[in-house]
Ligand binder design. Structure first.
Ligand code: DGJ
Length: 748
């Protein structure tokens, strides 16, 4: 049993295979947080530490004469609310009909059941291998009930949390904040790891020590954003990839999110995560309930690498519902090859060449619909542009299928161009402020996805597209952030709900389409990786990682992404050089190695490559296919941080069954008279013997070691201990951004 209640001490114990989470009801019935961390033995109740008032904090215990002097301000709590004497960042901010802000929740009852919980309108983890605890808390003055939900995935090492707030009174309540979870860490010093960025430079790793203040990681852009990914980590200052206590906090949400981390005057750390409280105000009418997004919590004492492995496995096996992703398909996308300038023959030519080299899927990107010859027009008009595609989509799809390829198509459902039939017919379907000119972004407006009629209209459009055509893949884009957040369909007291209702509308649309067309593989995208989050991954198993396709820039983007999200989810393509975003030239071989740390595909016109390059592409594709299972399902190890290294960056895949491992090394700074490239493997069985099966070098070897140095490595045998502790040394590589892939296999 992973969840136990000890009635004598009023303690809840939640255990995964190597972590424990404990809560206790205090004598008044508040739910206090006791512990989250390395596994405690059975029956080890952790008694409330003596919390003392440090002055100036109000004290409801003293008021009620229950327990000496002790303020809520110094107690660790599971779901604190504002304005009742706890001055730290809070989980709930509730106002009654008189405008009085304040809530205090008392235990009523609880249930424990097998299996996960579901959340109305929101994505949530599934899977039978868990138990769920529901603790019912109540504020009888407000008539507000809160259900605190916890699912414990014992084997996978993840605890999910969410809260449901229900108004049982006969007057409306207003929620100014309703977080998913609060996590109090009463002791310890912590580093915060977050993944910030911008368009075309997403999820840059940043690690800083927490100080005596409040840190906030959040987005008010209507999307989880390129700028601050919702996933954060707290780890002990000494923690490394391989050692140390780490806590992961991953909201399953794609909209405005916020994680506040406060170190208080007692030195305790509180983390609150959920929907961003700014621009949020939820009118909770009598009988209505509000459901918060889920958050995935993970603790490990084995370092950042282990934390990543747990999230990767969890997302693949208990969050991502799609079965369409279970086999890899090498794709080609025409965006960087043609932009808006294509016709049927041009697309066919690209596909034909690609098919001859082993590419399995042709994805037709932006520009195939409405009057769409640039990004200024046509969004919303989801009918085929027959000037470009004579006779419609069917002839092109037939020709692509005739090549033995699958066909995929780009859509951007949530947007509308002012110059479109849709906007002319329904100007009130866009988010705009009454009486003001709309703020444009990429020349487009955001559709009001909080409206039922908009979601229904889009459901019909894309149901038609997918039922009338044999389409195997959808790329779902979203190319601007929100401004003018106002719905023409909601009353004034509900305008603070628009951003969250928007995301609920997006989830409803995706849910309808992915359930109606389960065989279609959906890829998420938002101007690259502007909505790369666990909410999207629940429906779409992969997301275009960044509009930056430069292989060297991708190293740090993919590095940051890998902390929380599995490699099978990382959309990554080989594109043309000089690269369209940076102007840099990177050898084709190295571009391939970097794209293989993801879903692998091409985004260029292969007809423009030289014969030598074409044969390289053919080999690259064959190589990816032979590695794809290992890449998609294996454990991913980071060897170093690309932002810190002055020489080379490396990463490794180890097969789930331990039978083989693939090392990837990219030289980011070629030096004169270079030092040897020495690296240590990770995740191997120290006692087993491994044989080097393949060495693929992309780039030249230094003249002095030219001869078959690389080939000499093939066939050599080492123990796992040698490879991990003593390491290997590569022959020195020379030229612009050379790289290597080394495959080893465990001997029986
Ligand atoms: C942004 C995406 O990230 C690109 O890959 C491409 O699909 C364009 N949008 C098309 O407008």
């Amino acid at each position: 049993m992973s969840i136990q209640f000890d009635p004598k001490n009023s303690v809840f114990n939640l255990h995964t295979k190597d972590s424990s989470y404990q809560m206790q009801l205090d004598p008044l019935g508040h739910l206090l947080h006791l512990y989250y961390g390395r596994k405690l033995g059975d029956g080890s109740n952790f008694h409330l530490f003596p919390a003392a008032d440090h002055g100036f904090s109000p004290d409801y215990y003293a008021t009620q004469n229950e327990r000496g002097v002790c303020s809520p301000d110094v107690l660790p709590q599971e779901y604190p609310a504002a304005n009742r004497g706890d001055f730290r960042v809070t989980a709930a901010r509730v106002n009654n009909a008189q405008g009085a802000c304040g809530a205090e929740f008392f235990y009523k009852t609880h249930t424990i059941q097998d299996g996960p919980y579901t959340l109305e309108g929101l994505p949530a983890a599934f899977g039978p291998d868990c138990q769920t605890l529901c603790i019912l808390m109540q504020d009888s003055v407000l008539g507000l009930e809160v259900r605190l939900l916890y699912s414990v995935y014992e084997e996978l090492g993840i605890i999910t949390r969410a809260a449901v707030l229900c108004n049982l009174s006969d007057a409306a309540l207003t929620l100014d904040q309703a977080a998913s979870a609060c996590l109090d860490l009463p002791f310890g010093e912590w580093d915060l790891i977050q993944f910030h960025g911008r368009h075309a430079m997403e999820r840059q790793f940043e690690r800083t020590r927490l100080g005596s203040d409040i840190r906030r990681v959040g987005s008010l852009r209507g999307a989880s954003s390129h700028h601050h990914n919702p996933f954060v980590i707290l780890c002990e200052p000494e923690a490394t990839e391989d050692w140390g206590s780490c806590y992961g906090v991953m909201p399953v949400y794609s909209g405005n999110h916020c994680t506040d981390i406060e170190v208080d005057y007692n030195g305790s750390t509180r983390l609150v995560t959920g929907i961003h409280p700014d621009n949020f105000r939820w009118h909770l009418a009598p009988g209505e309930q509000f459901t918060t997004p889920q958050v995935l919590l993970c603790y490990t004492h084995e370092g950042l690498g282990d934390l990543s492995h747990r999230y990767h496995r969890f997302i693949r096996s208990a969050l991502c519902r799609s079965t369409a992703s279970q086999s890899s398909r090498v794709l080609i996308n025409n965006w960087e090859a043609t932009y808006f300038n294509f016709d049927q023959d041009k697309i066919y030519d690209i596909a034909q060449k690609a098919a001859s080299l082993g590419v399995e899927l042709m994805v037709l990107d932006d520009g195939w619909f409405g009057k769409r010859d640039s990004d200024t027009t046509g969004l919303g008009d989801w009918y085929v542009n027959t000037d470009k595609l004579k006779g419609g989509l069917a002839p092109l799809i037939d020709r692509i299928h005739g090549l033995g390829m699958q066909f995929g198509i780009w859509i951007e459902p949530e947007m509308v161009s002012i110059d479109s039939d849709l906007y002319r017919a329904h100007p009130d379907w866009a988010l705009t402020l009454p009486g003001r000119d709309p703020i444009m972004g990429r020349s487009q407006l955001v559709l009001d996805m909080s409206r039922e009629d908009v979601v229904d209209y889009l459901t019909d459009c894309f149901t038609r597209l997918l039922s009338e055509n044999q389409i195997e893949y959808i790329k779902w884009d979203m190319n601007r952030n929100m401004a003018d957040v106002y719905s023409h369909a909601l009353p004034p007291e509900r305008q603070g709900e628009v951003s969250h209702r928007y995301i609920l509308g997006v989830y409803k649309l995706i849910d309808r389409l992915t359930s109606r067309f389960p065989q279609v593989l959906f890829e998420g995208c938002a101007g690259g990786g502007g909505r790369f989050d666990a909410g999207m991954l629940a429906y779409m198993p992969q997301i275009w990682c960044s509009d930056n396709t430069d292989a060297i820039e991708r190293l740090s983007i993919q590095y940051g992404t890998s902390f929380g999200y599995p490699i099978s989810a990382v959309g990554s393509h080989v594109s043309a050089c000089p690269n369209h975003q940076t102007g840099r030239t990177v050898p084709l071989g190295t571009r391939g190695v970097v794209a293989m740390a993801g879903t692998f595909g091409y985004e260029l016109d292969l007809n423009k490559l030289t014969r030598k390059e074409i044969s390289q592409v053919r080999m690259q594709i064959a190589r990816y296919k032979s590695y794809s299972e290992l890449i998609r399902t294996g454990d991913y190890y980071r060897l170093n941080d690309p932002a810190q290294t002055r020489f080379w960056h490396g990463w490794e895949f180890v097969a789930a069954d331990g039978s083989q491992a693939l090392m990837n090394l990219v030289v980011v700074h070629t030096q004169g008279n270079p030092r040897p490239l020495h690296f240590q493997w990770k995740g191997l069985d120290p006692k087993a013997t491994y044989k080097i099966l393949r060495v693929d070098l992309q780039g030249q070897l230094l003249a002095s070691v030219t001869d078959p140095a690389a080939r000499r490595m093939v066939g050599l045998k080492y123990t796992g201990a040698q490879l991990m502790y003593a390491g290997l040394t590569m022959p020195q590589l020379y030229g612009d951004y050379p790289s290597a892939q080394i495959l080893i296999r465990k001997m029986r």
